[in-house]
Design a protein around this ligand. Structure first.
Ligand code: G3P
Ligand code: CA
Length: 237
């Protein structure tokens, strides 16, 4: 059974990593939500993909150099009339208490080093008692090891480079799952993971033939910008 995860929310249709995109994703009835987190100057956690606010907001600068209050003053760029704000991790987790989605928190600590981000995120999840519904993931494989030490939640190793053996990667990190760019996955590698009991979720599966192909291979998770579309393929196998 392939579970559908909304990548940065319903980000194919609504502004990525916003409460609007998350609420719209939930409305599709999809299984899970994926989003990205960074740490602010005042040691808060915000939901945004890039290291800077330049691409997605009307501001400029690095997230790590701004306080939560400063970040909250910015507006998300979009064609929508109502301008969304950058959500804090607290905003999302508080909202998530009112639904049943599985929450995949991607720690964006592969390009910027955020001291203590793992502990901070784990503490926030505990504050909202959402441990039973969380999957952590990160491209930073040292961070995977840290997370495995401080949480019992599922921790997935992310990768996007060719030539990596996902079974060896998961085993070397003691990771619970693999999240990979679909371009570097093969049916054979996925079967190897399945034989070793390692769930594989692939991003970003947006085109119907791709979604169908990987569902037919028994993929564990489809990470997609279009959860509404992917839902239509849910029960084909
Ligand atoms: O978590 C899967 C995927 O979101 C990783 O890539 O760049 O979209 O965060 P990116
Ligand atoms: Ca992500």
């Amino acid at each position: 059974m392939s579970h559908i995860f909304a990548h940065r929310g319903s980000s194919g249709t609504y502004p990525e990593n916003t409460m609007l995109a998350f609420k719209k994703a939930e409305k599709t009835g999809c299984y899970g939500l994926e989003f990205d987190v960074h740490m602010t100057k005042d040691l808060e956690v915000v939901v945004i993909h890039d290291e800077t606010v330049n691409r997605t907001t009307n501001g400029r600068g690095a997230v790590k150099d701004m306080t939560l209050e400063e970040l909250k003053k910015l507006s998300i760029k979009s064609g929508w009339l109502r301008k969304e704000k950058i959500p804090s991790l607290d905003d999302v987790l508080e909202w998530a208490q009112g639904n049943e989605m599985i929450i995949n928190i991607e720690l964006k600590n592969d390009k910027v080093f955020y001291k203590g981000l793992e502990e901070l995120v784990v503490q926030k999840v505990a504050k909202y008692q959402l441990e039973g519904r969380i999957i952590y993931s990160t491209f930073n494989h040292e961070s995977v090891k840290i997370l495995k030490k401080i949480t019992t939640c599922e921790v997935a190793a992310l990768y996007s480079r060719k030539g990596i053996n996902p079974v060896l990667l998961a085993q070397s990190l003691n990771a619970d799952a693999i999240h990979a760019n679909y371009r570097v996955m093969t049916p054979q590698l996925m079967r190897d993971c399945q034989r070793h009991g390692i769930p594989v979720r692939l991003y970003t599966l947006n085109r119907p033939p791709l979604i169908q192909k990987w569902m037919n291979e028994g993929l564990s998770g489809v990470i997609t910008d279009y959860p509404d579309l992917a839902q239509k393929f849910k029960d084909k196998k």
